[in-house]
Ligand binder design. Structure first.
Ligand SMILES: NC(=O)c1ccc[n+]([C@@H]2O[C@H](COP(=O)([O-])OP(=O)(O)OC[C@H]3O[C@@H](n4cnc5c(N)ncnc54)[C@H](O)[C@@H]3O)[C@@H](O)[C@H]2O)c1
Length: 331
Protein backbone atom coordinates (compact mmCIF):
# COMPACT_ATOMS: atom_id res chain seq x y z
CA UNK A 1 0.00 0.00 0.00
CA UNK A 2 1.32 3.50 -0.84
CA UNK A 3 3.11 5.09 2.10
CA UNK A 4 3.21 1.85 4.09
CA UNK A 5 6.75 1.26 2.77
CA UNK A 6 8.53 0.11 5.94
CA UNK A 7 5.91 -1.78 7.91
CA UNK A 8 3.26 -4.34 7.17
CA UNK A 9 -0.23 -2.82 7.22
CA UNK A 10 -1.79 -2.97 10.65
CA UNK A 11 -4.69 -0.85 11.90
CA UNK A 12 -3.39 1.88 14.19
CA UNK A 13 -5.00 4.60 16.32
CA UNK A 14 -3.68 7.84 14.89
CA UNK A 15 -4.08 11.45 16.04
CA UNK A 16 -3.67 14.25 13.52
CA UNK A 17 -3.50 17.66 15.19
CA UNK A 18 -4.46 20.44 12.79
CA UNK A 19 -6.26 17.67 10.92
CA UNK A 20 -8.91 19.96 9.45
CA UNK A 21 -6.32 22.21 7.80
CA UNK A 22 -4.91 22.07 4.30
CA UNK A 23 -2.25 19.38 4.82
CA UNK A 24 -4.02 17.76 7.78
CA UNK A 25 -7.23 17.08 5.86
CA UNK A 26 -5.33 15.36 3.03
CA UNK A 27 -3.42 13.33 5.61
CA UNK A 28 -6.69 12.31 7.33
CA UNK A 29 -8.09 11.29 3.91
CA UNK A 30 -5.13 8.99 3.27
CA UNK A 31 -5.06 7.45 6.76
CA UNK A 32 -8.83 6.83 6.79
CA UNK A 33 -8.57 5.22 3.34
CA UNK A 34 -5.80 2.97 4.69
CA UNK A 35 -8.26 1.78 7.34
CA UNK A 36 -6.67 3.35 10.42
CA UNK A 37 -8.64 4.78 13.34
CA UNK A 38 -8.11 8.50 12.85
CA UNK A 39 -8.76 11.20 15.44
CA UNK A 40 -8.62 14.71 14.00
CA UNK A 41 -7.98 17.49 16.53
CA UNK A 42 -8.49 21.09 15.47
CA UNK A 43 -9.65 24.42 16.85
CA UNK A 44 -10.56 25.69 13.34
CA UNK A 45 -8.40 28.79 13.71
CA UNK A 46 -7.41 28.70 10.03
CA UNK A 47 -9.61 25.95 8.63
CA UNK A 48 -13.20 25.07 7.91
CA UNK A 49 -15.10 21.94 8.84
CA UNK A 50 -15.90 21.52 5.15
CA UNK A 51 -12.32 20.19 4.67
CA UNK A 52 -13.18 17.01 6.60
CA UNK A 53 -16.97 17.00 6.14
CA UNK A 54 -17.04 13.92 3.93
CA UNK A 55 -15.02 11.96 6.53
CA UNK A 56 -17.55 12.55 9.31
CA UNK A 57 -19.72 9.63 8.20
CA UNK A 58 -16.78 7.20 8.26
CA UNK A 59 -16.73 4.88 11.29
CA UNK A 60 -12.93 5.11 11.55
CA UNK A 61 -12.89 8.93 11.73
CA UNK A 62 -13.48 11.15 14.74
CA UNK A 63 -13.32 14.94 15.01
CA UNK A 64 -12.49 16.74 18.27
CA UNK A 65 -12.61 20.53 18.59
CA UNK A 66 -9.65 21.23 20.83
CA UNK A 67 -6.83 23.73 21.19
CA UNK A 68 -3.42 22.01 21.39
CA UNK A 69 -2.11 24.58 23.87
CA UNK A 70 -4.22 22.64 26.40
CA UNK A 71 -3.36 19.04 27.33
CA UNK A 72 -5.44 16.21 25.93
CA UNK A 73 -5.28 12.59 27.04
CA UNK A 74 -5.83 9.93 24.41
CA UNK A 75 -4.58 6.37 23.98
CA UNK A 76 -2.97 6.24 20.55
CA UNK A 77 -0.19 4.61 18.52
CA UNK A 78 0.86 7.57 16.38
CA UNK A 79 0.56 11.36 16.45
CA UNK A 80 1.08 13.70 13.53
CA UNK A 81 1.49 17.20 14.99
CA UNK A 82 0.37 19.64 12.31
CA UNK A 83 -1.56 22.17 14.41
CA UNK A 84 -0.13 25.63 13.75
CA UNK A 85 -1.13 28.51 11.50
CA UNK A 86 1.24 28.24 8.54
CA UNK A 87 0.70 31.26 6.31
CA UNK A 88 2.38 34.58 7.31
CA UNK A 89 -0.94 36.45 7.43
CA UNK A 90 -2.35 33.76 9.73
CA UNK A 91 0.61 33.30 12.07
CA UNK A 92 1.25 37.04 12.38
CA UNK A 93 -2.40 37.67 13.27
CA UNK A 94 -1.68 36.67 16.88
CA UNK A 95 2.07 36.02 17.08
CA UNK A 96 2.05 35.18 20.79
CA UNK A 97 -0.61 32.55 20.24
CA UNK A 98 1.43 31.18 17.31
CA UNK A 99 4.46 30.68 19.56
CA UNK A 100 2.26 29.09 22.25
CA UNK A 101 0.76 26.72 19.69
CA UNK A 102 4.19 25.56 18.53
CA UNK A 103 5.79 25.27 21.96
CA UNK A 104 2.91 24.23 24.24
CA UNK A 105 1.41 22.13 21.45
CA UNK A 106 4.73 20.27 21.15
CA UNK A 107 4.96 19.74 24.91
CA UNK A 108 1.40 18.40 25.00
CA UNK A 109 1.77 15.95 22.11
CA UNK A 110 5.16 14.80 23.38
CA UNK A 111 3.65 14.20 26.81
CA UNK A 112 0.89 12.15 25.20
CA UNK A 113 3.44 10.18 23.14
CA UNK A 114 5.58 9.53 26.21
CA UNK A 115 2.59 8.28 28.24
CA UNK A 116 1.36 5.81 25.65
CA UNK A 117 4.67 5.02 23.96
CA UNK A 118 3.37 6.43 20.67
CA UNK A 119 5.41 7.63 17.71
CA UNK A 120 5.09 11.38 17.15
CA UNK A 121 5.84 13.35 14.00
CA UNK A 122 6.42 17.09 14.03
CA UNK A 123 5.44 19.15 10.99
CA UNK A 124 8.41 21.49 11.03
CA UNK A 125 9.24 23.86 8.25
CA UNK A 126 11.86 25.20 5.86
CA UNK A 127 11.34 28.47 7.78
CA UNK A 128 13.79 27.09 10.37
CA UNK A 129 16.45 27.95 7.75
CA UNK A 130 15.27 31.60 7.73
CA UNK A 131 16.88 33.62 4.93
CA UNK A 132 19.44 30.96 4.00
CA UNK A 133 23.06 31.66 3.14
CA UNK A 134 23.47 28.09 1.85
CA UNK A 135 21.68 26.93 -1.27
CA UNK A 136 20.00 24.44 -1.57
CA UNK A 137 19.48 23.78 2.15
CA UNK A 138 20.56 20.42 3.60
CA UNK A 139 19.30 19.37 7.05
CA UNK A 140 22.76 20.10 8.50
CA UNK A 141 22.41 23.83 7.70
CA UNK A 142 21.58 25.66 10.93
CA UNK A 143 19.75 28.57 9.40
CA UNK A 144 19.75 32.35 9.39
CA UNK A 145 16.72 33.39 11.41
CA UNK A 146 15.96 36.73 13.03
CA UNK A 147 14.72 36.06 16.58
CA UNK A 148 12.96 39.45 16.74
CA UNK A 149 11.44 39.95 13.28
CA UNK A 150 7.77 39.59 12.33
CA UNK A 151 8.29 35.97 11.15
CA UNK A 152 10.09 34.94 14.36
CA UNK A 153 6.91 33.81 16.17
CA UNK A 154 6.62 31.06 13.58
CA UNK A 155 10.28 30.34 12.75
CA UNK A 156 11.51 30.36 16.34
CA UNK A 157 8.40 28.56 17.57
CA UNK A 158 9.10 25.74 15.11
CA UNK A 159 12.80 25.72 16.06
CA UNK A 160 11.87 25.46 19.74
CA UNK A 161 9.50 22.60 18.89
CA UNK A 162 12.36 20.76 17.16
CA UNK A 163 14.44 21.24 20.33
CA UNK A 164 11.65 19.82 22.49
CA UNK A 165 11.23 16.83 20.18
CA UNK A 166 14.99 16.17 20.26
CA UNK A 167 15.16 16.43 24.07
CA UNK A 168 12.15 14.16 24.64
CA UNK A 169 13.87 11.68 22.35
CA UNK A 170 17.27 11.94 24.09
CA UNK A 171 15.97 12.03 27.67
CA UNK A 172 12.73 10.05 27.51
CA UNK A 173 13.30 7.82 24.47
CA UNK A 174 10.14 9.11 22.78
CA UNK A 175 9.98 7.87 19.18
CA UNK A 176 10.12 11.08 17.19
CA UNK A 177 10.09 12.12 13.55
CA UNK A 178 10.81 15.68 12.38
CA UNK A 179 9.76 16.66 8.85
CA UNK A 180 10.98 20.00 7.52
CA UNK A 181 8.26 20.84 5.05
CA UNK A 182 8.92 23.24 2.19
CA UNK A 183 6.20 25.23 0.36
CA UNK A 184 3.32 22.94 -0.48
CA UNK A 185 0.24 23.72 -2.51
CA UNK A 186 -2.92 22.05 -3.70
CA UNK A 187 -6.68 21.89 -3.28
CA UNK A 188 -7.96 23.05 0.15
CA UNK A 189 -5.29 25.67 0.70
CA UNK A 190 -7.06 28.51 2.47
CA UNK A 191 -8.11 30.83 -0.39
CA UNK A 192 -7.39 33.94 1.74
CA UNK A 193 -4.15 32.76 3.36
CA UNK A 194 -2.16 35.34 1.40
CA UNK A 195 0.22 32.68 0.10
CA UNK A 196 1.40 33.13 -3.43
CA UNK A 197 -0.38 30.19 -5.10
CA UNK A 198 -3.75 30.97 -3.54
CA UNK A 199 -3.41 34.71 -4.25
CA UNK A 200 -2.50 34.12 -7.88
CA UNK A 201 -5.22 31.49 -8.42
CA UNK A 202 -7.95 33.69 -6.92
CA UNK A 203 -6.78 36.79 -8.77
CA UNK A 204 -6.39 35.02 -12.12
CA UNK A 205 -9.81 33.36 -11.92
CA UNK A 206 -11.43 36.69 -11.01
CA UNK A 207 -9.64 38.38 -13.93
CA UNK A 208 -7.82 40.69 -11.47
CA UNK A 209 -4.18 41.78 -11.73
CA UNK A 210 -1.73 39.39 -10.01
CA UNK A 211 0.27 41.00 -7.19
CA UNK A 212 4.01 40.29 -7.28
CA UNK A 213 6.05 41.29 -4.22
CA UNK A 214 9.53 42.55 -5.18
CA UNK A 215 10.69 42.15 -8.77
CA UNK A 216 9.31 38.62 -9.10
CA UNK A 217 12.71 37.03 -9.66
CA UNK A 218 12.84 35.54 -6.15
CA UNK A 219 12.36 31.78 -6.36
CA UNK A 220 10.47 29.18 -4.36
CA UNK A 221 10.15 25.45 -4.76
CA UNK A 222 6.59 24.15 -4.69
CA UNK A 223 5.58 20.62 -3.78
CA UNK A 224 2.16 19.21 -4.65
CA UNK A 225 0.18 18.11 -1.60
CA UNK A 226 -0.16 14.41 -2.58
CA UNK A 227 3.62 14.05 -2.75
CA UNK A 228 4.10 15.76 0.59
CA UNK A 229 1.55 13.54 2.35
CA UNK A 230 3.27 10.46 0.94
CA UNK A 231 6.55 11.76 2.41
CA UNK A 232 5.01 12.33 5.86
CA UNK A 233 3.52 8.83 5.97
CA UNK A 234 6.78 7.25 4.82
CA UNK A 235 8.67 9.13 7.51
CA UNK A 236 6.23 7.98 10.20
CA UNK A 237 6.56 4.37 8.96
CA UNK A 238 10.35 4.47 8.72
CA UNK A 239 12.47 2.66 11.34
CA UNK A 240 12.72 4.45 14.70
CA UNK A 241 16.35 5.34 13.97
CA UNK A 242 15.09 7.75 11.29
CA UNK A 243 14.21 10.62 13.62
CA UNK A 244 14.97 13.41 11.16
CA UNK A 245 14.97 16.25 10.60
CA UNK A 246 14.25 15.26 7.01
CA UNK A 247 13.55 17.84 4.30
CA UNK A 248 10.36 17.20 2.32
CA UNK A 249 9.75 19.43 -0.67
CA UNK A 250 10.20 19.75 -4.38
CA UNK A 251 13.69 20.92 -5.40
CA UNK A 252 12.37 22.21 -8.73
CA UNK A 253 12.51 26.00 -8.41
CA UNK A 254 10.39 28.55 -10.11
CA UNK A 255 10.36 32.32 -9.95
CA UNK A 256 7.27 34.26 -8.97
CA UNK A 257 7.10 35.58 -12.53
CA UNK A 258 7.03 32.03 -14.00
CA UNK A 259 4.47 30.91 -11.45
CA UNK A 260 2.20 33.86 -12.18
CA UNK A 261 2.33 33.22 -15.92
CA UNK A 262 1.57 29.49 -15.52
CA UNK A 263 -1.45 30.22 -13.33
CA UNK A 264 -2.73 32.88 -15.75
CA UNK A 265 -2.46 30.30 -18.59
CA UNK A 266 -4.20 27.55 -16.60
CA UNK A 267 -7.01 29.87 -15.53
CA UNK A 268 -7.42 31.04 -19.13
CA UNK A 269 -7.22 34.58 -17.77
CA UNK A 270 -6.25 37.97 -19.21
CA UNK A 271 -4.87 39.22 -15.88
CA UNK A 272 -1.76 41.42 -15.81
CA UNK A 273 1.04 41.63 -13.19
CA UNK A 274 1.38 44.45 -10.64
CA UNK A 275 4.47 44.90 -8.45
CA UNK A 276 4.54 45.77 -4.70
CA UNK A 277 7.45 46.10 -2.20
CA UNK A 278 8.78 42.90 -0.56
CA UNK A 279 7.57 42.32 3.03
CA UNK A 280 10.17 42.43 5.86
CA UNK A 281 12.35 39.30 6.32
CA UNK A 282 11.02 37.66 3.14
CA UNK A 283 13.65 35.13 2.03
CA UNK A 284 14.84 35.61 -1.54
CA UNK A 285 15.53 31.96 -2.33
CA UNK A 286 14.62 28.63 -0.74
CA UNK A 287 15.17 25.15 -2.17
CA UNK A 288 15.27 21.79 -0.39
CA UNK A 289 18.16 19.39 -0.62
CA UNK A 290 16.22 16.09 -0.53
CA UNK A 291 19.19 13.70 -0.66
CA UNK A 292 18.34 12.39 2.83
CA UNK A 293 14.64 11.79 2.05
CA UNK A 294 15.63 9.90 -1.12
CA UNK A 295 18.16 7.75 0.74
CA UNK A 296 16.19 6.98 3.91
CA UNK A 297 12.57 7.04 2.71
CA UNK A 298 12.96 6.30 -1.00
CA UNK A 299 10.90 9.46 -1.45
CA UNK A 300 10.89 12.20 -4.04
CA UNK A 301 8.09 14.26 -5.58
CA UNK A 302 6.31 12.59 -8.48
CA UNK A 303 3.62 15.06 -9.51
CA UNK A 304 4.71 17.52 -12.17
CA UNK A 305 4.29 21.05 -10.71
CA UNK A 306 2.28 22.22 -13.74
CA UNK A 307 -0.12 19.27 -13.34
CA UNK A 308 -0.41 20.05 -9.62
CA UNK A 309 -1.14 23.69 -10.42
CA UNK A 310 -3.80 22.63 -12.95
CA UNK A 311 -5.58 20.55 -10.26
CA UNK A 312 -5.30 23.43 -7.81
CA UNK A 313 -6.67 26.05 -10.21
CA UNK A 314 -9.60 23.70 -10.99
CA UNK A 315 -10.34 23.36 -7.26
CA UNK A 316 -10.27 27.16 -6.85
CA UNK A 317 -12.57 27.51 -9.85
CA UNK A 318 -15.21 25.31 -8.19
CA UNK A 319 -15.27 26.57 -4.58
CA UNK A 320 -17.65 29.12 -3.13
CA UNK A 321 -15.38 31.76 -1.57
CA UNK A 322 -18.17 32.84 0.80
CA UNK A 323 -17.56 29.61 2.78
CA UNK A 324 -14.02 30.66 3.68
CA UNK A 325 -13.52 33.15 6.48
CA UNK A 326 -10.36 34.78 7.78
CA UNK A 327 -8.99 33.53 11.14
CA UNK A 328 -11.43 34.11 13.96
CA UNK A 329 -10.80 37.35 15.91
CA UNK A 330 -11.20 35.58 19.28
CA UNK A 331 -7.62 34.33 19.54
N1 LIG B 1 1.60 24.23 3.72
C1 LIG B 1 2.89 24.43 3.72
O1 LIG B 1 3.46 24.83 2.69
C2 LIG B 1 3.72 24.15 4.96
C3 LIG B 1 5.10 24.36 4.88
C4 LIG B 1 5.87 24.12 6.01
C5 LIG B 1 5.30 23.65 7.17
N2 LIG B 1 3.95 23.46 7.22
C6 LIG B 1 3.39 23.01 8.49
O2 LIG B 1 2.40 22.03 8.27
C7 LIG B 1 1.34 22.20 9.21
C8 LIG B 1 0.02 22.33 8.48
O3 LIG B 1 0.06 23.48 7.62
P1 LIG B 1 -1.14 23.84 6.63
O4 LIG B 1 -0.55 24.44 5.43
O5 LIG B 1 -2.05 22.69 6.51
O6 LIG B 1 -1.82 25.03 7.44
P2 LIG B 1 -3.35 25.22 7.86
O7 LIG B 1 -3.44 26.57 8.49
O8 LIG B 1 -4.26 24.92 6.72
O9 LIG B 1 -3.54 24.09 8.95
C9 LIG B 1 -3.21 24.25 10.30
C10 LIG B 1 -4.36 23.67 11.11
O10 LIG B 1 -4.02 23.78 12.50
C11 LIG B 1 -5.16 24.29 13.19
N3 LIG B 1 -4.68 24.98 14.40
C12 LIG B 1 -3.97 26.14 14.48
N4 LIG B 1 -3.72 26.44 15.77
C13 LIG B 1 -4.27 25.43 16.51
C14 LIG B 1 -4.35 25.17 17.90
N5 LIG B 1 -3.81 26.01 18.80
N6 LIG B 1 -5.00 24.06 18.32
C15 LIG B 1 -5.58 23.21 17.42
N7 LIG B 1 -5.54 23.41 16.08
C16 LIG B 1 -4.89 24.51 15.64
C17 LIG B 1 -5.83 25.23 12.20
O11 LIG B 1 -7.18 25.48 12.50
C18 LIG B 1 -5.66 24.43 10.90
O12 LIG B 1 -6.72 23.52 10.72
C19 LIG B 1 1.68 23.42 10.05
O13 LIG B 1 2.25 23.01 11.27
C20 LIG B 1 2.70 24.15 9.22
O14 LIG B 1 3.60 24.88 10.02
C21 LIG B 1 3.14 23.72 6.14
Amino acid sequence: MAGEGFSTMKIRRIVVTGGAGFLGSHLCDRLVEQGHDVICIDNFFTSQKINVARLLSRPNFELIRHDVTHPLWLEVDEIYNLACPAAPGHYQYNPIKTMKTSVMGAINVLGMAKRCNAKVLQASTSEVYGDPTVHPQPETYRGNVSPIGPRACYDEGKRAAETLFSDYHRKNHVKIRIARIFNTFGPRMHPFDGRVVSNFARQALAGEDLTIFGDGRQTRSFCYVDDLIEGLIRLMNAPDTVTGPVNLGNPKESSMLELAQTIIDLAGSKSKLVFRPLPADDPTQRQPDITLAKATLGWEPKVDPREGLARTVEWFRNIDLRHYRPPTPNF
